[in-house]
Write a protein that binds this ligand. Sequence first.
Ligand code: ST9
Length: 613
Amino acid sequence: MTHYQSNLRDIRFNLFEVFGRQDLLGSGPAEDMDRETAETALAEMDHLCRTKLSDALLEDDRNPPIFDPQSHSVSMPETTKMAYKAYMDSDWWRLELSEDLGGVETPPSLRWAVLELILAANPALYMYSAGPKFGQLAHQLGCERDKKIAHHMVERQWGATMVLTEPDAGSDVGAGRTKAFPQADGTWHIQGVKRFITSGEHDLTENIMHLVLARPVGVDGAGGPGTKGLSLFLVPKHHFDVETGELTGERNGVFATNVEKKMGLKVSTTCELTFGGTDVPAVGWLLGEVHNGIAQMFHVIEHARMMVGTKAMATLSTGYLNALEYAKTRVQGADLTTPAKDAPRVTITHHPDVRRSLMTQKATVEALRMLVMFTAVQQDKVWLAGHEGREDKSAEAVNDLLLPIVKAYCSERAWLLLGTESLQTFGGSGFLQDYPLEQYVRDAKIDTLYEGTTAIQGLDLFFRKIVRDRGRAVQTVSAEIEAWLETEGPLTEERALLARGAEDCALILATMTQMMMAVQERPTELYRVGLNTTRLLMCLGDLLCSWLLLRAGEIAQAALDEGGLSDSDRDFYTGKVAAAKWFARTQLPRLTAERKMAEAVNLEVMEIPEAAF
Ligand code: ST9
């Protein structure tokens, strides 16, 4: 039986009952993607995940890829190879591509809804299969040559990687030392060592296209210090004919020089790549023939941050559903109100603390799904505007604001709850490999780390997405929450909690803004801001999630009030109302305490000597 469990009912509820995505389907740019096709995509992807994609995740955790340092090659386990082939044969990855590259125009909200499924079943497969999507970027940003290469990347289904990190340049990408030397024929030779490269080496595809940040040498106006001096290069593993895409049989000078041994997600290779470390030069092309590397790479990073948040949510979803299934059958102890020694034993769902745990898991994962979907709705607006030849700057800014929250809040909440609640539901059995939870915990930890740690997301949120934006996007979202609070709705107690929570968040923000204003006078005020950036991110996550769940809860309450529901729908809507109330009542009151802590932050922790730690 597969480890993978999905909640299609909740995904459909979000898409169609809360966010009205059917209005985008079957017309305009998504003419070929009508509601029926969307439903088919969800159902078929779910079936594929259940039958062909999910088993490899667990099996190959125990049987990970094998690295041969002599040949610098990786042999992937057969199970993963078969699963990968099944996914590529299914063509569902084409939902992420535009029509001119052989894709099916699909609103981002539906794409992320479908991707949630594979990210729960086998996230490594998604990452290995992302080559065509990288091709989309090369097509979008590239010159005529790059567009040809992009077509090969899609048609020949090459793998691809994002290559930023170096041994001494992790969060600080601008410290990267890899160099790029221009050649007379217009190509570049790349030299340096890159680390932590996801999917950097494998034998799933005939070629791998590396998108590499490197610092040009001896070129006017390029190659300066920091991130702005980095340019982006397309560097293939194997040389090929640019016109036809046929491999020439020659190896390019980029080699895997290590594959990391990791805590989790073992089937996804994490490689050290050495460029130009032998006699064979690592030849690349400058993407778009412009020196604008970090901005170009951020197209990939933004997509990957959304992907990581969605992956975290998806893992918590399958984790919770596994825990729920176990709890419904696990008989242990008597009901708390029947203390007699010979009282009948009950399933653990009868115990208050198990109910607390299950409802916390349910409410959180449903909240995270809504956060992902709400963000994807902003992407829908940007996507639609693009197709109509205009820009939606407001939606772009709100999407930018939400991305660090999706990435960091989803990953922190998911990792924590998978360990403290989902695994815990199994008691000691959760520690065993008989159940998938111990692996989910290991696999999900990386989500708080890669694609920018939680600390980086907190800095990005405050300094770039709020201060630099002059608070416009945050104001747009808070106005939306306020407008909702002004409407009438049945969950009055929880609405009052939300109003209080919104005030607390506004006060945290005001406190941090005041600290910023005092920086000229006292530069160390920046430390006080820095001591609050992660707190702010998590608080905004709590607030947004509470609001979204309450919106869902009131829609569910209306359906219950209207009546005429099937048993399963009645249960579903009852659960939605309960989850909304639970989350608001357990999370929102904490915001007042967080606000007080934010206001009270002082510099003591910065002033004690390092040796005192
Ligand atoms: C990794 C791999 O961890 C993990 C898994 C990979 C899975 C791969 C599969 C995914 C599939 C994806 C396919 C996608 C294909 C794409 C499709 C698209 C059609 N937003 O503040 P400054 C830019 S990899 C946007 O001064 P510092 C901006 O251009 C490793 N842009 O930064 C800005 O210029 P300006 C992941 C942003 O102090 C410029 O950068 N590593 C943003 O120089 C400079 O900005 C990391 O994530 C943003 N939020 O550098 C690194 N921020 O200001 C983490 C910056 O003029 N570290 N830019 O606009 C950071 O993010 C740092 O904050 C830093 C700081 C490096 C940016």
